[in-house]
Design a protein around this ligand. Structure first.
Ligand code: SF4
Length: 106
């Protein structure tokens, strides 16, 4: 098996196997005004770096009124990226139906 372990012990071989390209200088970010917790990013991420979970109060307090309403309508959950596990491959960006994922420099 080719591949190596990331800092948190997850294999990179899945990324290599499907032809995705790692980029250690990038990390996935979630647009809190767009995410509807629909979840294809969770299934697509080769290292399971994305989890859909309840949005903490400190994050909610930074949202505008419309985003808070949208969050409530969609069950109070959104996607969160584990920075230690993200390989910067951008696979999640390509599958999000809400265009809620993007990449930024680390
Ligand atoms: S860029 Fe997205 S799909 Fe790729 S490892 Fe990071 S969170 Fe997962």
């Amino acid at each position: 098996m080719c591949g190596s372990r990331t800092a948190n012990g997850r294999f990179r071989s899945a990324v290599i196997a499907v032809g995705m390209r790692e980029n250690p200088h990038l990390i996935a970010v979630v647009d809190r005004s767009r995410c509807e917790a629909r979840g294809p990013c969770v299934d697509t991420c080769p290292t399971k770096a994305i989890r859909v979970r309840p949005v903490p109060d400190e994050v909610k307090s930074d949202l505008g009124a419309l985003s808070r309403l949208k969050l409530w309508v969609h069950g109070g959950e959104q996607a969160f990226v584990d920075p230690e596990a993200c390989l910067g491959c951008a696979a999640c960006v390509q599958v999000c139906p809400e265009n809620a994922l993007g990449m930024r420099k680390r």
